[in-house]
Design a protein around this ligand. Sequence first.
Ligand SMILES: Cc1cc2nc3c(=O)[nH]c(=O)nc-3n(C[C@H](O)[C@H](O)[C@H](O)COP(=O)(O)O)c2cc1C
Length: 360
Amino acid sequence: MTENRKAEHLRICLTEDVQAKKVTTGFEDVHLVHKAVPEFGLGDVDTSISMFGEELRAPIIIEAMTGGTPDALKINSNLAEAAEHFGLAMGVGSQRAALETPRLIDTFRVVREKGPNIFLVANLGLPQIVANNGVEAAESAVEMIKADALAIHLNSLQEAIQREGETEFHNSLERIGEVVSRLSVPVIVKETGAGIAMEDVRLLSQTGVKAIDVGGAGGTSWAAVESYREAGLKHRLGVTFWDWGVPTAISVAEAASSTDLKVIASGGLRTGVDVCKAVCLGASAAGLAYPLLKPADVGQLDHALGILIEEFRTSMFLIGAKNVVDLEQRPIVITGKMAEWLRLRGLSPEAYARRQKSHD
Ligand SMILES: Cc1cc2nc3c(=O)[nH]c(=O)nc-3n(C[C@H](O)[C@H](O)[C@H](O)COP(=O)(O)O)c2cc1C
């Protein structure tokens, strides 16, 4: 049952090691260039952005995590209060459980109650969109929480490893296109830890979606999570595919270079410096999930998010960016495996290093 599975996922993420082990995000190969003469004060730094016409106080999204199990009520309530307080966007976890079992709707609705003004993203998996009543399910998910956008999550890795996984993805692009044309809110497509490469970004761009959330490798691994729930062959698959996917920073660079859509960076971002690097690579905003789960469970989100935002503001100051738009023009140096990957894919790490030289 979806409800039990969601409770198990929460328990596993709160108690076991579910982070990538060998694959890294690639942000370690992205170097911000220090600006020793900023010519403005730290207090002048403006971290705000506009996302689909709504203002966020920083380009930070609390990524989709939970709902659909009684334990999720407190976590979602705390996340929404913090998103409201800090002026950040927030996604809920997959709403499938509540569509199947209406008594669970409150575990999602609490988010709109506690966060009346937040940019709120509804969530359903691609398998539910591909199913016969996909469009109706998408409309109900948005309506349930008065969402400002819908995220359709891509999780073929997880479904392939889960014993009850749904691995039927025929006509995915067509069905995503149908949902886009029927919904009154923008649709975001997001991966959940395996990244999205440029070829898929181009295909997805043609469906009418408004943003791509890369959900890259290097952070929470859903192969890892499922490996704890499985035995035998499926457990073995979870271990083998633990580090599968396109690293997050690489995925952001690939996506940003192949579409004009908004790109959201997520998967393994752990500090405000990572957020700054992601925006310099071309992301419009950056999302974090796992680092906020425990703080949400124990009521310490103000501390965790306060640090994250100050790290981001300080990074901006130290590279001479007064506002978030400036970040797109700051030079960054890409080295090591990431530089090699980008070159092999026909992209130019040099272009990032040389941009806006005349500005300085
Ligand atoms: C406990 C937990 C539950 C999650 N549930 C969902 C979900 O229901 N829908 C979804 O799109 N992503 C879900 N995710 C994936 C995150 O949104 C995110 O893509 C992924 O965890 C990578 O980010 P991170 O490394 O910061 O955790 C979940 C993540 C966690 C940690």
